[in-house]
Design a binder for this molecule. Structure first.
Ligand SMILES: [Zn+2]
Length: 465
């Protein structure tokens, strides 16, 4: 069994229930598990990391993402678009998705996440184009194994194409029975509910404007039968609210409630346009929220009322959202933006650096129903990140090293990332994969998808609208 000793860390922020901080302390990981934390541990280890210039944090947890969108970041035609315009322009490009493109884009998204401090991510894959293999989520799971990331893939789905009054083109939606069959296959093949699990599946119909009521009900039933979680987008824009009122005669959250989609086994991305009663309903049902501040600012969707949610004890985690609506997968950057946007909208006391980091650690673990990740404590998984504070971006900021990683720093690349007791980022580089090949592959596959879509639709997405 391999072991790692992090020696003499400037500071270890445990994010345990007492927010315990250790200074000039060691952290020892044996196998998958944290075995000791304290000053001058008398243990031998296979690998010793001198952390005297570093802060140690639990690995960050990303609770919403669309890794395939790494292929279509920064498309000129939708740089200034609203969500619905953005979606309808990008759907035809995503229609060109192949298993190879899914694999490489997942590696790129996960690589960027690991480099910026995230050790557990989810993915919400909801594009299953006709004419290509439907076993696409399998490719993201293969990527997570290759790069060494803890993974919570969710099987997305869309069944209401344009001809049925939905938003997506018919060529990227599936029949309800195909969705149910593949969801069941994925749970049986990959879902591991054991402690320290590296892969757990959830089911995630895309949104109220792309899935039928019946499918939502059936998927909820299937998830509960297998003990897996449920995830979807809700209350992201006013357009969605109008759609739900027109089609279902209900506001988005009331619609979800009507199909059995509120509860502690459900977490929802965005949850922006909710009134006081709806926030209380989330708290009462312990339905979780994946908060995506950068995407929400990027698409001008609005500001989720996270400080109020925290007062009410709504479970909240932090999230990147898709690479194409962020347009990065910079997890430490997301923590900083989270703090800033809530201060701007609710006042300077609305969120502290420690609270923003807590959303990205314990908050994420709570949404995934996991007590083995999200904090540095004995018996928890060996998931942690080391940030080198001996950099010009932190000069003059060491009065409070923990807050420094949110308020300061000109690069969010961590020095080391450890997942399940394995070093996956060493000296700011990914260890398990070749970063340059990922960059080249994603550039070439993404470029090819755009060219094929342009030939098919005649719309040049490389021109600004
Ligand atoms: Zn999303």
């Amino acid at each position: 069994m391999s072991s790692i000793l992090i020696r003499n860390a400037m500071l270890i922020a445990t994010f345990d229930d007492e927010s315990r901080i250790e200074r000039n302390a060691d952290l020892y990981i044996e196998g998958q598990e944290i075995k000791a934390i304290g000053p001058q541990l008398q243990v031998k280890a296979d690998e010793i990391i001198d952390a005297s210039r570093m802060i140690v944090l639990p690995g960050l947890i990303n609770t919403h993402h669309h890794l395939f969108q790494t292929l279509t970041r920064n498309i000129p035609r939708v740089q200034n678009a609203t969500l619905f315009e953005w979606l309808t322009t990008l759907y035809p490009i995503w229609q060109e998705l192949t298993p190879e493109a899914v694999y490489w884009s997942a590696l790129a998204g996960m690589g960027e996440l690991l480099l910026t401090g995230c050790t557990t991510t989810t993915d919400h894959l909801y594009i299953f184009p006709r004419g290509t293999s439907a076993e696409l989520l399998d490719e993201t799971i293969r990527a997570a194994r290759d790069i060494g990331m803890r993974f919570y893939p969710t099987r997305g789905s869309m069944c209401r194409g344009k001809s049925q009054g939905g938003l997506p083109p018919d060529d990227i939606v599936q029949q309800p029975d195909e969705i149910i069959r593949d969801s069941e296959r994925l749970i049986q093949t990959y879902h591991d509910s054991k402690r320290f699990s590296m892969c757990q599946i959830a089911l995630s119909p895309c949104s109220p404007f792309s899935v039928d009521e019946g499918v939502l009900r059936e998927i909820a039933q299937l998830a509960r039968q297998h003990g897996v979680r449920l995830h979807t987008h809700i209350a992201e824009t006013r357009d969605e609210e109008t759609y739900c009122q027109q089609v279902y005669g209900k506001r988005p959250l009331a619609f979800l409630e009507s199909v059995g989609w509120l509860g502690s086994d459900v977490w929802l991305a965005h949850a922006i346009h909710l009134d006081d009663g709806e926030l209380s309903q989330l708290a009462q049902t312990q339905t979780g929220v994946a908060h995506c501040p950068v995407s929400n600012m990027r698409l001008a969707s609005g500001v989720a009322r996270v400080p109020r949610m925290l007062e009410l004890d709504v479970p909240v985690g932090l999230a990147i959202d898709g690479s194409a609506s962020n347009d990065s997968s910079d997890m430490l950057g997301e923590v900083r933006q989270c703090l800033l946007v809530h201060r701007l909208s609710s006042g300077v006391g609305a969120m502290s650096a420690e609270q923003a980091l807590r959303l990205a650690t314990r908050g994420g673990a709570r949404l995934f129903g996991r007590d083995d990740i999200g904090s540095l404590e004995l018996g928890k998984a060996g998931d942690c990140i080391l940030i080198d504070l001996n950099q010009i971006g932190f000069a003059g900021a060491l009065h409070d090293p923990l807050a420094a990683v949110v308020f300061c720093g000109s690069s969010h690349i961590v020095h080391t990332a450890i997942v399940n007791g394995e070093i996956v980022v060493r000296s700011g580089r990914l260890t398990g994969v070749d970063e340059q090949s990922i960059v080249e592959k994603v550039n070439s596959l993404g470029g090819e998808m755009v060219r094929r879509a342009t030939r098919r639709t005649g719309i040049d997405v490389l021109k600004h609208r």
